[in-house]
Design a protein around this ligand. Structure first.
Ligand SMILES: [Zn+2]
Length: 421
């Protein structure tokens, strides 16, 4: 018994070492992507939790006692920023969304989420904007705390907590059952909405997520939910508390109202028209297209890419993304991961390059300096002195080959190595 206890303790040790105190580290890759451009022959010095120097290797001297990590053939880049995740969800082809919300115990969902967090980090995503617990209450706030305190490995989190939906517009739905638990917080009208926004912020929401449209009742096509007045009130209440608002919207009218109300990003955007994208551009609203979620859901429904016609969902997404690009709308990189496996976050970037005509450099900028700017994260997203030492090294050159993002060899967060060659 004692032996088994000791063995348990020994097995637990590697996890504890994640929290070890960082030291000065000189990283010497083949090249550095700084969030904008590739710099062959650069090195990066990390001291404590921050980057203290980045530049040509010959000009960078390591302080006495620093460890040097040679990374031949690797490209060092800023820790990637996932723009749209649900750590409390797992893929819908494993368990349908409604069954996760209604049938899975909270402890099971949280236990899974700890594994999801680790997979996300080890895949090179050192920050994620987690957009709703889908019925798991404020579990994302506790998850974030566990990561920040070094109890479990995971990315830095921006959390949305419960998210806001208009009564009757979300799910799960069973026609014969009243008062079914919902995947988000129902709130409507002036008093109720102000209170709900403040409640969520009080419980730890870094951003407020609102569903500007959804499939009302038992399915069918999405329709707008909140009025422009309600959306404006949500944005004003959140903004007064220093929080931005992100809107789920896939109808042109839902997107139009969310844009006029002053949200910062619109998620999905499938039904966006050229006029709506023009409006988004004029108001500085970014689109997070989540092409990977559309891809995954279509595959779960039997679609085999390249065999037979593309489903309407995929055709809509292509049309919307092209219209957004033509209008000059800023794109955030976020895949709605959770619909597909955590740790597979790079899928969004791969699809944007392979199917949607973006260059690897464009999507790399989106996932680093771009997302950092859109999410107001001035301390990360680039490789530069003074920023957080959130760094990833991949084999090859991801500015030329997006598949290099699957070859993660090193992950550092806040100066601490979580993965190394
Ligand atoms: Zn989502």
């Amino acid at each position: 018994m004692l032996f088994r206890l000791l063995l348990c303790c020994l097995l637990a040790l590697p996890a504890l070492s994640f929290a070890q105190a960082p030291t000065a580290t000189l990283l010497r890759p083949a090249a550095v992507f700084d969030g904008q451009e590739l710099h062959p022959g650069w090195a990066v010095l990390v001291e404590g939790q921050k980057i203290t120097a980045a530049g040509p290797a010959a000009q960078l001297a390591a302080p006495a006692g620093a460890r040097t990590v040679e990374l031949p053939g690797l490209t060092l880049l800023p820790g990637l920023i996932e723009g749209h995740s649900h750590l409390l969800l797992h893929p819908y082809n494993e368990t349908a969304w409604a069954d996760q919300v209604l049938l899975e115990p909270l402890a099971l969902r949280v236990a899974r989420a700890t594994v999801h967090a680790q997979r996300t980090l080890l895949a090179g995503f050192t920050t994620t904007r987690d957009l709703g617990t889908e019925g798991a209450g404020y579990a994302d706030v506790g998850l974030k705390q566990a990561i920040d305190e070094g109890i479990i490995p995971g990315p830095r989190l921006l959390v949305a907590t419960r998210a806001l939906v208009a009564t009757g517009s979300y799910g799960p739905h069973l026609a014969a059952v009243e008062d079914l638990p919902q995947g988000a917080q129902e709130a409507d009208g002036v008093d109720n909405l102000v209170r709900a926004v403040r409640e969520q912020i009080g419980h730890g929401a870094d951003v407020v997520k609102v569903y500007a449209d959804y499939r009302w009742g038992l399915g069918g096509a999405p329709e707008p939910t909140y009025s422009l007045e309600e959306l404006t009130l949500i944005v004003q209440t959140a903004r007064s508390a220093g929080r931005g608002v992100v809107a789920h919207a896939s109808t042109a009218e839902g997107m139009r109202r969310a844009t006029l109300a002053g949200v910062e990003t619109i998620e999905h955007g499938d039904g966006g028209t050229p006029e709506v994208f023009k409006l988004m551009k004029a108001h500085g609203v970014a689109l997070c297209p989540t092409v990977a979620a559309s891809d995954a859901i279509s595959r779960y429904k039997g679609w085999k890419k390249g065999q037979g016609p593309d489903p309407q969902r995929i055709l809509d997404k292509h049309r919307a993304v092209q219209a957004a690009r033509q209008a000059g709308v800023t794109l955030a990189m976020g895949g709605d991961v959770g619909v597909f496996p955590h740790g597979d976050n790079a899928l969004e970037m791969e699809l944007l390059v392979q199917d949607y005509g973006f260059t690897p450099l464009e999507v790399l900028r989106q996932a680093t300096s771009g997302n950092a700017r859109i999410f107001h994260l001035a301390d990360r997203g680039r490789v530069a002195a003074g920023l957080l030492a959130d760094l990833v090294a991949v084999a090859g050159d991801p500015t030329q080959q997006v598949q290099a993002l699957r070859q993660v060899r090193l992950v550092m967060k806040g100066g601490v190595l979580y993965r190394q060659p």
